[in-house]
Design a protein around this ligand. Structure first.
Ligand SMILES: [Zn+2]
Length: 432
């Protein structure tokens, strides 16, 4: 049996199959049914949000011999020729590779001729921000007054790079990131239709990883299929994209919470030795700590098994919300810093040492150590810690408590110095 790539097989062929862009589809269909179609459109939005698919469907819909409520029939002579790529009246151009004046000049010459078969000749120019300045100027002249039989759809992921003169001549549509729930629904249709064995959590993980791009979601699913003959589970997906398993994430988090610096560093080493991507790893820890915080506040979490939730529940008991906020803050800074560092492992280790020491001062943890359950000191309420802000001043920072383990002794002076500016990893690294 010949194999068709999932992305090709499940590429939308009608407006009704475009997910997450209802606002745009509704307007486009209305224009088509009421014969108020414009001559130039700009589709702006992230990768895989459906810009090119929508453009192709639109090009068929306005040319279709038997359109149904604004949708192309996909059966008539024109639709069929457009689908199999033999219709020369629908021209797709990738501006990433055809970005010169000559490429646009060719279009300018062509537009004077009538379409061969269809009613309109449609130019779909992908990644239009890649055009050279000269090409933009050449395009501008055509966009100003195109002949009746010519339509343009310009697609871009970087609308800010387009000249205002181009923007002002197009009807602009902004494609949103596709909501995770819609990606999940689409993946479930594909999974069912193609009889793919995959767990519910794996589908959710793929949808989250795709970050609003349907194409990315389907490619991840495709890669999982190619590299795995058994049922696809969450670990298969994470393994494939280089994300560490939850047990690693959970272990390191636990060691940080319980200020066990040596074990925390061992956990980091395991990840480094396994060749996992440290950026992904840190991101996973941030997400995990965020989920612990969510659980602490709401007693509810999606996307986890019962056993995992029970671990999260245990972890959430002996830690204050303030400390969780502060950890998220510090780790987010680490994440943005290691992107540009050639010494990722050193930065990560240094931060882990710092974070697993600071924890000794967490009021909630101190209470739990002497056998009391989670109750926060009232002073923290009047002194909230903001995530993402600069004011991650912890209640106990002004009175550092003397550390009790050896690694803490070594780094405490550094730790105390960097508390106010959480991200001073470089100075810690230099001191090592
Ligand atoms: Zn048709």
């Amino acid at each position: 049996m010949s194999y068709t790539a999932l992305y090709r097989k499940y590429r939308p062929t009608k407006f009704s199959e475009i997910y997450g862009q209802d606002h745009i589809i509704k307007t486009l269909k209305n224009q088509i049914t009421s014969s108020r179609v414009g001559h130039a459109y700009l589709f702006n939005g992230g990768r895989g949000t459906g810009k090119t698919s929508t453009a192709k469907i639109w090009a068929r819909a306005i040319n279709c011999l038997n359109p149904q409520d604004g949708e192309p029939c996909n059966e008539c002579e024109i639709c069929k020729a457009a689908i199999n790529g033999s219709l020369t009246d629908i021209v797709e151009m990738d501006a990433a590779s055809n970005n010169g004046v000559d490429d646009i000049r060719l279009i300018r010459e062509e537009v004077n001729f009538l379409p061969t078969l269809a009613k309109y000749r449609v130019y779909i120019i992908d990644e239009v921000h890649m055009l050279s300045t000269g090409a933009f100027n050449a395009l501008l002249k055509t966009l100003e007054e195109p002949p009746e039989h010519v339509k343009f759809i310009l697609a871009t992921t970087e609308v800010q790079k387009l000249p205002a003169t181009i923007l002002s001549r197009c009807q602009r549509f902004d494609f949103k990131r596709i909501p995770t729930s819609e990606i999940i629904s689409r993946l479930n249709v594909i999974v069912k239709d193609s009889k793919i064995e995959i767990t519910e959590n794996a589908v959710k993980t793929i949808a989250i990883l795709a970050e609003g791009g349907m194409r990315d979601a389907i490619s991840i699913l495709e890669r999982c299929l190619q590299e795995n003959s058994n049922e696809i589970n969450e670990d298969t997906v994470k393994e494939l994209v280089g994300i560490p398993k939850l047990e690693y994430v959970s272990k390191l988090t636990k060691e940080i919470f319980s200020c066990n610096t040596i074990e925390a560093l061992k956990a980091v080493n395991e990840i480094v030795n396994e060749g996992k991507d440290l950026e992904n790893f840190i991101w996973e820890i941030i997400k995990y700590i965020k989920d612990i915080l969510m659980y602490k506040c709401t007693n509810y979490l999606e996307l986890y098994t019962e056993a995992e939730i029970s671990t999260i529940s245990e972890l959430s008991k002996n830690i204050s919300k303030e400390r969780l906020f502060s950890l998220i803050n510090d780790l987010s800074e680490l994440e943005s810093k290691i992107k540009y560092s050639s010494q990722k492992a050193i930065l990560v280790e240094a931060t882990i040492v710092k974070l697993s020491n600071v924890g000794a001062h967490d009021p909630a943890q101190e209470k739990s150590i002497v056998g009391k359950t989670d109750s926060r000191p009232s002073q923290t309420k009047s002194n909230p810690v903001r995530v993402g802000g600069e004011e991650s001043v912890r209640p106990s920072q002004t009175k550092p408590v003397r550390a009790h383990n050896s690694v803490q002794e070594e780094t405490e002076s550094v730790g105390a110095r960097v508390l106010r500016r959480p991200f001073s990893n470089v100075s810690i690294a230099n001191n090592r």
